[in-house]
Design a protein around this ligand. Structure first.
Ligand code: NAP
Length: 545
């Protein structure tokens, strides 16, 4: 037991490590540092419970797009075997039940302080410790600081004039009221048609008197084909953790299936079409894996674009609405590819209308609804902002993080995030980011990316301790070459071609346009990180007291 854990827990202000956030990342980071390394650790969490993104995102239709048996931890076979998922894709209540079960099983709650927002974290060079300030003004200190704040936790409510005059109610999907929203008998306006809006629109339309979907950028979507898991499938899951984990670790995106070996244009058009049809029937993100080169070749991608736009035109009965929905300006999967339950079918309902706000932009919110530039008025009782997040950097930069010499992270990243392996930033010793920019994170099935990062950070801290070292940070040269690698990997794909993508920061006015996640693939990235560690943390500077 270390010095700080001997004291009364409520008195303790000084820890070996502080972790910010109690989602998938923070929970596992606590377990690793506390139970495997024996460190004193405290997790600081803004919410009243565990769950991270799932704690906040309880909007109608919310559902994970990773298959449930892959959207969980693999570090404990016992945990794996005792948990049974009910559906192919888990919704927030089931994921929350799972994470609460994990917190209880591993007795994590006693080291988490809920309802505690971190406002600042300053590095003290004299003591080589982080001083972390919370919203109550309290200051806690630690040698190591791990940001586990998630990639999509800072809601983006666009600055639309007049919102404060609206007499109805408005909600952002990422800050959904826990008691839910009753849409019965109301006229609802939903702004946004990303993964979230595509999930929420069908569910809102099912109870609202009327739903108007305000679409700025049309989007592809593939049916999720959600459904209950059979007892036989659940038995197979329980008996095959190793095999499933091996597949996820070998996969480019960390999912429990591999990319097809077939190149899109290597087979005749009819056979290609038949494969697309089959993949459409299978549904979900497996559609993207139907050919090897869909995100690396524009010519290959164009065949998916044609297939998916044809599907929209076949599903949506009104030709003018179908054309607006199919008027998509980016390659398939260049933005996060949504999966849905009856999204396009929703536009066949009498109580649903689509408004193209690229052609006729929103001018303002009025007391009674939304007015477009043309003067068209849409009377509304409720506005739902499915407008996404200040992704990847929003939550970390909201805190006043200062490293060596008082340098602020905001200043260090003013031209976009720069780090090494997505894990550390020069000038900010002993600060680690779990699934931060520059790592595969949002391009990967999250728990797979999280387990790799958390375990790498744990091993790194263990290495420091074993070798009498107390400080680690990357060199500027290592960061420069990693930024180059992140850009190279992105440019080898069609992903940067989506100009309105949050991957590029393009959804936030004034945010630098930098492709943030690492697109080189999770399996390749895992190897790079392992090699760096095996070469005694090459690219990092490590010192002792
Ligand atoms: P998003 O992908 O950023 O989509 C936001 C939507 O709001 C876009 O259609 C955007 O249009 C629109 N929008 C933003 N500001 C607007 C404005 N001022 N006027 C009109 N339209 C505006 O956000 P999201 O749908 O919340 O998804 C974010 C990410 O969360 C996803 O990419 C995914 O990684 C994750 N997610 C995952 C799941 C899942 O697992 N199933 C579900 C939901 C979300 P533009 O495109 O023109 O900017």
């Amino acid at each position: 037991m270390t010095e700080s854990t001997k004291k009364d827990a409520s008195q303790t202000r000084s820890f070996d490590a502080l972790v910010i956030g109690a989602g998938f990342s923070g929970l596992y980071q606590l377990l690793c540092l506390r139970d495997r390394l024996g460190l004193s650790v405290k997790v600081l969490e803004a919410g009243a419970g565990v769950g991270g993104t799932w704690y906040w995102n309880r909007y109608p239709g919310a559902r994970c797009d990773s298959e449930s048996h892959s959207y969980c931890y693999t570090f404990s076979e016992e945990l794996w075997k005792e948990w049974e998922w009910s559906e192919k894709y888990p919704g927030p209540p089931e994921i929350m039940r799972y994470l609460n079960h994990v917190a209880d099983k591993f007795d994590l709650r006693r080291d988490i302080r809920f309802g505690t927002k971190v406002t600042a974290a300053h590095y003290n060079e004299a003591t080589n410790r982080w001083h972390v300030t919370t919203d109550s003004g309290e200051v806690l200190t630690a040698r190591f600081l791990v940001s586990a704040v998630g990639c999509l936790s800072t809601a983006n409510v666009p600055d639309i004039p007049g919102l404060d005059t609206f007499k109805g109610k408005w909600y952002h999907t990422g800050q959904w009221p826990h008691e839910g929203v009753d849409f019965r008998g109301t006229r609802v306006g939903q702004i946004g048609t990303g993964s979230t809006g595509i999930q929420s629109a069908p569910v809102i339309a099912a109870t609202a008197a009327h739903l108007t979907v305000f679409q700025r950028t049309a989007n592809y979507s593939v049916p999720a084909r959600n459904g209950p898991l059979t007892p036989a499938f659940n038995r197979w899951i329980h008996d095959n953790m190793e095999e499933i984990r091996t597949t996820m670790r070998a996969a480019v995106n960390g999912h429990p299936f591999l990319l097809s070996e077939t190149l899109t244009l290597s087979i005749p058009a009819e056979e290609r079409h038949a494969r697309y049809e089959k993949a459409w029937e299978v549904g979900g993100l497996r559609f993207r894996a139907v050919f090897r080169d869909l995100v690396t070749s524009n010519e290959a991608n164009a065949t998916a674009v044609t297939f998916l736009k044809d599907k929209i035109r076949k599903i949506v009965k009104d030709p003018a609405t179908a054309e607006k929905l199919a008027d998509i300006d980016h390659p398939y999967a260049a933005k996060r590819p949504p999966i849905d339950t009856d999204y396009f079918e929703t536009f066949n309902r009498d109580n649903v209308a689509l408004v193209d706000v690229r052609a006729d932009p929103i001018e303002r919110v009025t007391p009674t609804g939304i007015r477009l530039k043309s003067g068209a008025e849409h009377p509304l009782d409720i506005i739902v902002f499915a407008t996404g997040f200040d992704g990847m950097t929003g939550s970390i930069l909201k805190m006043d993080i200062r490293g060596r010499g008082g340098l602020s992270l905001r200043e260090a990243w003013k031209a976009g995030p720069r780090n090494y392996l997505g894990l550390q930033v020069a000038g900010f010793p002993n600060l680690f980011t779990v699934t931060g920019p520059g790592s595969p994170s949002v391009l990967c099935n999250m728990p797979v990316a999280i387990e790799q990062h958390v375990e790498w950070i744990t091993d790194c801290i263990d290495y420091l301790r074993t070798n009498g070292l107390t400080q680690i940070e990357p060199t500027e040269e290592a960061m420069d070459s990693w930024v180059q690698e992140v850009n190279r990997a992105a440019d080898a794909t069609v992903l940067p071609q989506a100009k309105h993508s949050w991957y590029l920061g393009a959804n936030i006015p004034g945010k630098p346009r930098v492709f943030m996640p690492y697109a080189g693939g999770m399996a390749y990235y895992r190897k790079i990180c392992a090699d760096v560690a095996a070469r005694n943390y090459e690219g990092f500077t490590m010192t002792g007291d």
